[in-house]
Design a protein around this ligand. Sequence first.
Ligand code: PLP
Length: 361
Amino acid sequence: MPLVPKAIKNLRPYSPGKPIEEVQRELGLDRVVKLASNENPWGPSPMAIKAVSGALGGLHRYPDMLARDLRSALAARFDLKMENVVVGSGSEGIMANIMRTFLCDEDEILTAENTFVGFMVLANGSGQKITLVPRGADYRYDLEGMSSELSEYTKIIYLANPDNPTGTIFTRKEFDAFMKRVPSRCLVIYDEAYIEFAADDARFPDSMSYRYDNVITLRTFSKAYGLAGLRIGYGFAHEDLIANLMKVKLPFEPSVLAQIAGRAALEDQDFLRRTLEGTLAGRKTLQSGLVNAGFEVLPGSTNFLAVKAPSAETAAEICQNLLLRGVIVRPLTAFGFPELFRVTIGTEEENTFFLEALKAT
Ligand SMILES: Cc1ncc(COP(=O)(O)O)c(C=O)c1O
């Protein structure tokens, strides 16, 4: 028996966007703008900052294992019981717990090709069989195609809506038809990390308006609430699913500060409103700037846009030239789309800086 299991030995680790300091140091640039990791460009929620500052003196104590304050606040906001809510170290932390809790023996995983790379790292690391269903020509999930790939061993289905890295969505109608074909023994992870940015789209199927006992909805404080650095995400599901997840999660995750920040950010409706207004306005500016510059932009319902270059070589060249001018965007080659790059919506100033750099490339 080898020391390292095959699935781990062959695993390609997650590779994050380049940090600002690294690019500054390597290229000797004064100004570097990072539009690579879909973070909130307006900083963290001010109410969360205040709450965290006030809690620092209590760091010698372990957190509430059941995260009752935060879970009750989320339950109240979404009209549920606390028993329907789980919180974790980012929504990815909850995803990891779902894999540990529900996968065993011959269980298989089903998802779309080239979907959220964080999930793919977990899926590949699990050592279970994975079926990846190709997308349509419009880069969207092919839910009908996915339903045809269901097998008697399918246990976990992963759907990101909106999807990362493409930003595309599947519609209510498509989701309804899909769920009719999913047996109740399959667990659907419905990842809504970007839901706040898509909520104004009537075609978007907010998973909370459905009642399926085999769907777990995942959301995060990392994007619209600006708390990516603290690692705090949440999920909603039937209480039996949540009870089993609670058995498996690390006893004291999320941390004291993450729980407190999440609780405060949830109340910070003013920050949320400003984030959404700024993102939607910035999305329009970038969309038209990119189209005017001759690019095809995938319809995006998130805080980022996926941009299509004429070829894989051009996409790589553009990303490199932008980097030399101090703009970090995300080439999508490693995500399986060499002809695309992804740009996060920034502040007004950052968006202008990006469009000017793009013109100069
Ligand atoms: C689709 C999707 N799900 C989940 C996450 C991870 O969120 P968190 O920071 O809550 O782990 C991301 C982050 O980029 C994402 O794009």
